[in-house]
Design a protein around this ligand. Structure first.
Ligand code: NAD
Length: 317
């Protein structure tokens, strides 16, 4: 396949590209090196494949519809994987307009460019945050997802709905993948596992919000990438799919796992819960399993171990 991959320089995008190139696909990678976190990290993320003969990097913005249309017209892409976004719940609370502009208007710009160039296969990143503070666990794709708790969650749900509209009006095949907190080498630096590991190595306190009982379903990057590839291979009609890890873990237990892998005890600074944060995330994976054969394989203990091993060799710390 020839694939346009937006957000190629990000955490998930760079892992996915390595995997797709190894499978023999051709990748046109688009990214604007957004400054939400240090763009030097993103330049490092793409370093291993920028010279690959089946890879072409385009520095550009998904909101530039004319450039996207031109790119799709010239490159004969058959599939688009859309990962570019302003990420993170807390940042979106502080900068809602930018989040909505990139995640909603940017997605609309991409959909329009696809329509104009008759490119009708789309796999896109959504998020478990669309479930809000649902107390019915595990979260299932048919659950109500219309009570977002942050501009980010709202933007992801809106992008899903836009994609559905294009499926309905123009016959796009679409899979919206609801990722559950993804971690692993090159994870975004502001995310909990990265932050905690860094602080523990530096002997600095880590800040925990709430009482440690909040829980998350963490997904190792290898499983997320396999979920995306499976969705690409089974793309038909319109699907919403949870792509998560096998079981949720509490914040308290997560910290214990990182302490064990790092070999140091954390100093904890307890703070009240943050606005926009959800109490728990838990993925029902039955639909992903039956539709695309998705099954996560890396348990959290193993994933944390791999992450910390990578961290010790990482250039950035
Ligand atoms: P990331 O920030 O590392 O990657 C996103 C990339 O998009 C970045 O390289 C950024 O420069 C690029 N980008 C941002 N705005 C852009 C624009 N206007 N035009 C072109 N490129 C732009 O984030 P990630 O963790 O790799 O997340 C990838 C996708 O998965 C995002 O859509 C995110 O919302 C979604 N997601 C991630 C997680 C997670 O835990 N990592 C969980 C749920 C959903």
């Amino acid at each position: 396949m020839t694939i346009l991959l937006t957000g190629v320089a990000g955490f998930i995008g760079s892992h996915l590209t390595e995997h797709l190139l190894a499978l023999g696909h051709t990748i046109i990678g688009l990214d604007n090196f957004d400054t939400q976190y240090n763009p030097d990290r993103k330049r490092l993320n793409v370093r291993s494949f920028t010279d690959h003969p089946n890879f072409c990097f385009i520095e550009g913005d998904i909101r530039d519809q004319m450039a996207l249309t031109d790119l799709l017209r010239r490159s004969a892409c058959d599939t688009v994987v859309h990962l570019a976004a302003r990420t993170g719940v807390r940042d979106s609370v502080h900068e809602p307009a930018l989040c909505i502009d990139v995640n909603v208007n940017g997605t609309l710009s991409l959909l329009e460019a696809m329509k104009k160039t008759n490119t009708r296969r789309l796999v896109m990143a959504s998020s478990s945050s669309v479930y809000g503070n649902s107390t019915v666990v595990p979260f299932r794709e048919e659950d109500d997802a219309n009570r977002p708790l942050s501009p980010y969650a709202m933007s992801k749900r809106s992008a899903e709905m836009l994609a559905h509209t294009y499926h309905h009006l123009y016959g796009f095949d679409v899979a919206c993948l609801r990722f559950f907190t993804v971690y692993g080498p090159r994870q975004r630096p502001e995310m909990a596992i990265s932050r905690f590991t860094e602080k523990m190595y530096e002997g600095q306190p880590i800040t925990l919000y709430g009482d440690g009982s909040t829980s998350r379903n963490y997904t190792y990057i290898h499983d997320t990438v396999l979920g995306i590839v499976r969705a690409m291979n089974h793309l038909k009609g319109f699907d919403l799919l949870n792509i998560g890890g096998s079981a949720p873990i509490s914040l308290r237990d997560l910290v214990k796992l990182i302490e064990r892998a790092v070999g140091k005890k954390a100093v904890i600074d307890w703070q009240p819960n943050q606005p926009g944060d959800v109490v728990q995330t838990s993925a029902d994976l039955q639909r992903a399993r039956s539709r695309i054969g998705y099954l996560p394989s890396v348990p959290i203990e193993e994933g944390i171990h791999r992450f910390v091993r990578w961290y010790q060799q990482s250039l950035f710390y």
